[in-house]
Design a protein around this ligand. Structure first.
Ligand code: HEM
Length: 383
């Protein structure tokens, strides 16, 4: 997408375009505009304010509708606050040991093979196991969560899949209801029990809001870090001099991950924003109710914000990239994603120092849909 992004940045930085589902959206591609839009509270998340009461009630029935990502102040703070306590850098740091164990177990399973798909065999399962353990999802149910999570993301790419989405959402809701009822009676040391207890102690989240937050965490845990690990390894393997540098200077690991987030950010576009009033931006007039999308991966390669933006350089140092968004909706899971990526890269490179791409770069395929930036497969030779 990058040549197209650069062309938009130069010729039409706030660009009105027809979306696959037949409506128009404004695409913002320059870094400075991206930051301004993400911080500007005139661009709101809850589009249901534009609907009549009946349509609004209907929209709120969806299990995924009542969560922080689709909420504005003052609701947003309440919806985010409760979960935030479980995602502070300190708490996440305590998970590093367990995450390292999971990474090593996944690698132990590859020992006898010379070639693997780094996505299917490693990058995908690792964050799923972690988020499921944090929430308290029994391991035998993980596959179901994978299916439901895929469906929710597909739904945003393809409106024609509505029927399948409906069915999977019913299954998912039924599962959540039963699971939460069980934890209410038998609390465990997991996030779901804590959320339920907090609810009882007065930090009110409605039942619908609890479903919303749990499904958001499950989706975020399934669909994003996989792309950070795999896009990052892809960048390293296609830039062998950077790979060597990292192997010679392991303390470059953290800046390397920030550069991976900038260079091939897992989330290509922000989620939807809507103008709550008329806003002028780069000479364009965005009217109330119009849809705005920030191209995060474009902003991260804006030549006005980053020198030689198309060069992958793990020694850039402190990065102001927007891969985790900006402002109020800044990624809640960023500390977790960073630790997962650090552990993954470190463990992979320690155990397979000669890891190499085992296919032609031109044969690699990116996943369809504009929301996520991730490869379908990443075949690698281990030794
Ligand atoms: C929000 C990216 C991993 C939970 C966001 C946003 C971005 C993002 C760009 C803001 C979207 C917007 O403003 O429209 C990423 C990336 C990840 C990642 C690149 C991995 C490399 C995770 C993980 C979790 C998580 C592992 C939790 C398990 C969330 C939540 C929000 C969010 C709850 C909503 C925050 C709010 O609305 O206040 N993420 N994310 N993310 N992310 Fe992540």
């Amino acid at each position: 997408p990058y040549p197209a992004f650069h062309s938009l940045q130069q010729n039409s930085p706030v660009h009105r375009t027809l979306m696959p589902d037949g409506h128009y959206a404004w695409i913002v591609t320059r870094y400075e505009d991206a930051v301004n839009v993400l911080k500007d509270q005139r661009f709101i998340k809850d589009f249901t304010v534009f609907l009549d009461e009946e349509s609004r009630a209907q929209a709120h029935q969806s299990i995924f509708s009542r969560n922080m990502l689709f909420a504005d102040p003052p609701d947003h703070k309440r919806l985010r606050g409760l979960v935030q306590q479980a995602f502070t850098p300190r708490i996440i740091e305590e998970l590093r040991g367990r995450i390292t164990e999971i990474a090593n177990e996944l690698i132990d399973d590859m020992q006898d093979r010379s070639q693997i798909d780094l996505i299917d065999d490693f990058a995908f399962p690792l964050p799923i196991i972690v988020i499921c353990e944090m929430l308290g999802v029994p391991s035998e149910d993980r596959d179901k969560f994978r299916t439901w999570s895929n469906t929710l993301v597909e739904a945003s790419n393809d409106p024609e899949k509505a029927e399948k989405v409906q069915q999977h959402m019913q299954e998912f809701t039924a599962y959540l209801q039963e699971w939460m009822a069980d934890r209410q009676e038998n609390p465990q040391n997991d996030m779901i029990s804590k959320l339920i207890q907090a609810e009882e102690s007065g930090d009110r989240l409605s039942e619908q809001e609890l479903y919303g937050v749990v499904s958001l965490l499950i989706i975020a845990g399934h669909e994003t870090t996989v792309n950070l690990i795999s896009n990052g390894m892809y960048a390293l393997m296609t830039h062998p001099e950077q790979m060597r540098k990292l192997q010679e200077q392991p303390d470059l690991l953290r800046p390397a991950i920030e550069e991976m987030l900038r260079f091939e950010g897992p989330v290509e576009f922000s989620t939807d924003r809507w103008a709550s009033e008329t806003v002028e931006l780069q000479g364009q007039t965005i009217h109330r109710g119009e849809h705005v999308l920030v191209a995060l991966d474009a902003a991260n390669r804006d030549p006005e914000a980053f020198e030689d933006p198309d060069v992958f350089d793990i020694t850039r140092g402190r990065s102001k990239h927007l891969a985790f968004g900006k402002g109020m909706h800044f990624c809640l899971g960023a500390p977790l994603a960073r630790v997962e990526a650090e552990v993954s890269l470190q463990t992979l490179l320690e155990r397979f120092p000669d890891l190499q791409l085992s296919t032609d770069v031109s044969d690699l395929e990116w996943r369809p849909g504009i929301l996520m930036r991730g490869l379908m497969e990443l075949p690698v030779r281990l030794k």
